[in-house]
Design a protein around this ligand. Sequence first.
Ligand code: TXE
Length: 493
Amino acid sequence: MNDEPDLLIGGAWTRAADGGTRRIINPADGSVVATVDEATPEDARRAVAAARAAFDEGAWPATPVAERAALLTRIADLLARDKEELARLETADTGKTLAESRIDIDDVISVFRYYANLVGTQADRVIDVGDPAVLSRVVREPIGVCVLIAPWNYPLLQISWKVAPALAAGCTMVAKPSEVTPLSTIAFVRLAVEAGVPDGVLNLVQGSGAALGEALTSNPDVDFISFTGGLATGKIISRAAADNVTKVAVELGGKNPHIVFADADWDSSVDQVLTGVFLHSGQVCSAGTRLIVEESIADDFVAELASRAERIRVGPGLDPASETGPLVSEEHRAKVENYVALGISEGAKLVTGGVRPSDPALAAGYFFLPTIFDHCDRSMRIVQEETFGPILTVERFTTEAEAIRLGNDTEYGLAAGVRTSDAARGERVVRALRHGTVWLNDFGYYTPGAEWGGFKKSGNGRELGPTGLAEYQEIKHIWHNTAPKPAEWFKGI
Ligand code: TXE
């Protein structure tokens, strides 16, 4: 049994209404890391009601910007204080390497610092309407009660991309981490309370999305839903929200092309294609899962990739020797294994991987070896669907136009990479690709000041950057006539 209650509703830590709990599993060995309270739909409704009351009757929405920014900075300071503990929790829960978890926590800290700074620089817009008696201003106000739903691959990072701008904007919120990986978010919310977040402003429920979804997303008391997760869930949430005309922003993953021209720098290309797809065992929405490589170098390029992939050290995230960890759950590994079987049946050539590691020391975890399929084409499901595992597919091209066509031939549009030493061609291809982030001669990087989000079925709305704050703000035009006079339209009386 867990020691302290894990749900935060209206400033009170509480257990689930029905006393339900869930065991959280370490994917590296199948052991139980913790048992956490599992909210019921009634708990979720109470959490939304608490956020509604804090917004409608509480002080937070009208708290001066400088005070809101100071809270974000205090949260960042406490995150820095507890960085190591949070990183260890993240690794125990997700399986990712400790080195990666530490980078995640650093990024979380910088997101809070970024929004603390940004919110203080926002100014109202004043419009000259041609009448000196009229003050016309466009002001930003908090959008209201936000529901923030996060996935399991970057638990704390994803929730922080939502909580930080929501707090900065003056919103109140209910956060729901993935039921698979709630631990870092619970620890984070305890820190936010320590930093002084007012009662009811930040509420926390965790539990199955299917069970809590309706209470959170069909709830007329909610003003905005920010969701990161799978495409199928994104559609369900968007439909649920439509009935109340609730604003929704969704980030739904990608099937991201990494295009390599023959003139690209060889060593950095091989290395970054490898990292781009196998980091965190491919459980990354922006993973470069589709290698699109110029025919003239394809055989050599794939051969070197395969030999590097076979040397990747797969192992528990807490072992400093591991370079990538397990998949997040047994169910998820089964899904990835199904995709491997599908790829083989579709006629793709399995170059390496496709199986679990043979090391008996890893048998209890949900490990899977880096996998490469060559000679893939656009008709194959492994080329079109998000496998969310360590699977790279290889397609070949001969002309720039073909590379662009292949790069855009996906229903997703989250991220893409282009590698060439021809700067003019690089710019042409980058501009022609319909993806929300495009890296030229690099892959996988982002920064809090630049927007993140998808074209097409990768979603709508943006996180990070000024747009990531604007999502949490309503725009109000205030027309103030300082010298009122009749309109003099109807003169017949
Ligand atoms: O995600 P879900 P899953 C992709 C990846 C993966 C697939 C499914 O391809 O294999 O999605 O993963 C909550 N109402 N991504 O099933 O279900 C859920 O509890 C409200 C891409 O784990 O979308 C969790 O908090 N909420 C992705 C969150 O939604 C609901 C990262 C995400 O879970 C809900 C992860 C409902 N009806 C997986 N149903 C990315 N974009 O990075 C579920 N949830």
